[in-house]
Design a protein. Structure first.
Length: 318
């Protein structure tokens, strides 16, 4: 099979031919139809001290199942997070990280919706939203952020604000249902909000906390780090909560499954449709079909990822 990898930090990426892997106990071998590119994957190439397998969200058809697998068999269509080599013709998924793709949904829909949707829905649930409240979503044009904007509205948010890095993304975020859009560098983020869903972290944590009304809640789900001063929380009786979807999958599989069903129900009802075919809209996570590969997503590092396998390119907003 074909697989993309690299051997030194920063790349370059190259295509190699390797044997098709065998699924181990509790694992599924999936023939990939779509693969998502996210910021964590880009950071693996550009920032990791040593080369690591390029995993990510994949969707496709199960071709083999390892010992002990229950609930899946050859021919099933699934999506999930691959921790090994995901940018290949075939990828191995842990059973607990796989979700079935319902009839009528495409592979790009699955990659764009499930993993990002589980993060968005989980972060939103961690904020304990109440009808009539106001919300602010950072990285609002991202794969997770765009779904969080829409989900906040389904949970009764009376006002939703999207925060973005570039004014060029404002129209797209408003098309998702955001009432207002702010840019990270703006001096004023407008009226304080009841809760913030933060997918950026780092230096943005300070203005994100400042955007909270007294008693407001911030949920951080980014790998970007950052520091929050305890005093900034104390004076406004604000709270900050960290959220990690992998922990929910591992420790509360019933809740994880319920969220997954909720996402597909909202998708089927037409309430939640990820912007999956918007090539060139914004710096974005790219999705490729079958053996297709991808070009850049808005930064110099990602732009250096060249088309290794020909085919149809599909993109999701980032």
């Amino acid at each position: 099979m074909r697989r993309v990898r690299y051997t030194s930090p920063g790349g370059p990426l190259f295509l190699e031919h390797v044997p098709v892997p065998e699924p181990g106990p509790g694992e599924l071998l999936v023939h990939c139809e779509a693969v998502g590119v996210t910021l964590p994957v880009v950071r693996k190439v550009t920032e990791a001290a040593e080369p690591v397998p390029l995993g990510g969200e994949v969707a496709g058809e199960v071709v083999a199942a390892g010992d002990g697998v229950t609930g899946f068999r050859a021919g099933d269509r699934v999506t999930g997070l691959c921790f090994g080599h995901g940018y290949a013709d075939f990828a191995v998924l842990r059973q607990e990280m796989a979700s079935p793709v319902p009839d009528g949904a495409g592979a790009v829909d699955a990659v764009a919706l499930v993993r990002s949707g589980l993060v968005a829905l989980g972060a939103l649930s961690a904020a304990h939203p109440r009808p009539g409240e106001s919300a602010l979503v950072t990285a609002a044009a991202s794969g997770v952020g765009q779904l969080a904007v829409r989900l906040a509205r389904t949970r009764g948010a009376a006002r939703v604000v999207g925060a973005v890095s570039d004014p060029a993304k404002a129209d797209f975020v408003r098309s998702l249902g955001a009432d207002d859009v702010v840019v990270y560098g703006d001096d004023d983020w407008g009226e304080p909000v009841d809760y913030v869903l933060d997918g950026v972290g780092g230096d943005l944590l300070t203005p994100a906390v400042a955007a909270l009304a007294p008693g407001g809640r911030l949920v951080a789900y980014s790998s970007g780090g950052g520091t929050v001063r305890a005093y900034d929380l104390l004076v406004g009786a604000r709270t900050v909560t960290g959220f990690q979807v992998a922990r929910i999958a591992r420790e509360r599989p019933g809740l994880y499954e319920r969220w997954r069903r909720d996402l597909w129900r909202l998708f089927a009802d037409g309430v939640l449709r990820p912007a999956a075919i918007v090539a060139g809209l914004v710096a974005g996570a790219l999705v490729v079909r079958r053996s297709d590969w991808f070009t850049g997503a808005g930064t110099a590092q990602v732009a250096s990822i060249v088309a290794l396998i020909t085919g149809t390119l599909a993109a999701v907003a980032a």
